[in-house]
Design a protein around this ligand. Structure first.
Ligand SMILES: NC(=O)c1ccc[n+]([C@@H]2O[C@H](COP(=O)([O-])OP(=O)(O)OC[C@H]3O[C@@H](n4cnc5c(N)ncnc54)[C@H](OP(=O)(O)O)[C@@H]3O)[C@@H](O)[C@H]2O)c1
Length: 169
């Protein structure tokens, strides 16, 4: 590894820990997207190839160093660096970076959770058993605890949500 940044993970879930369906997000939440942008701008973001494809125009996020994990995809195009595995992804994080954000999707969350110190979870108070991608239930994994809970609000479609910060005990 080049540097020693803190790895944080940021995810939007439902109460049953669903995160996506048909390659897209489950819940429309502009306030959460704004917060995501504020938190991650100026930092490194690490994502899977499918999440890159789900972004507007399939393009990297502006004003952030983008690292895309893919075993099969083409190399470094359109403002992102490609990593073929976790070791390579970590090596690509700049030594001067203080925090790198893991931004999904399911495959990448599951792979990088052991490297992460903090999970910033937007918890939507609804259940979505129809989802096809999921986050591990942090309440069921020993070692993770909620350090902070901030009131979120209500989405335009009427879903209540909160911001939870999980840390390792
Ligand atoms: N709710 C949220 O906060 C949130 C956030 C992000 C994404 N999502 C949702 O999550 C879903 C996508 O999740 P997903 O699990 O299907 O896809 P993903 O994690 O975004 O991407 C999976 C792909 O990443 C590559 N990859 C993963 N691990 C790798 C490794 N260790 N080494 C090299 N390459 C690796 C592979 O690409 P190749 O196949 O190219 O080899 C794999 O097919 C979408 O519905 C998206 O909207 C939700």
């Amino acid at each position: 590894m080049d540097g020693h940044p803190t790895y944080k993970l940021i995810v939007a879930v439902t109460e049953d820990w669903a995160i996506g369906k048909d390659g897209g997000m489950l819940i429309r939440n502009p306030a959460d997207l704004k917060r995501f942008k504020e938190l991650t701008t100026g930092h490194t973001v690490i994502m899977g190839r499918r999440t890159l494809e789900s972004l507007p125009g399939g393009r990297a996020l502006p004003n952030r160093a983008n690292i895309v994990l893919t075993r099969t995809g083409e190399a470094d195009v359109d403002g992102y660096a490609v990593a073929r595995g976790l070791k390579e992804a970590k090596a690509l994080v700049s030594a001067s970076e203080d925090v790198a954000y893991v931004i999904g999707g399911e495959a990448v969350y599951r792979s990088l959770l052991p490297c992460v110190d903090e999970c910033l979870v937007t918890m939507h108070h609804v259940r979505r058993p129809d989802a096809d991608t999921w986050f591990p239930d942090l309440d069921a994994i020993e070692g993770w605890t909620i350090a902070r809970k901030d009131a979120g609000g209500v989405t335009p479609d009427g879903v209540k949500f909160d911001y939870l910060t999980y840390v390792r005990e």
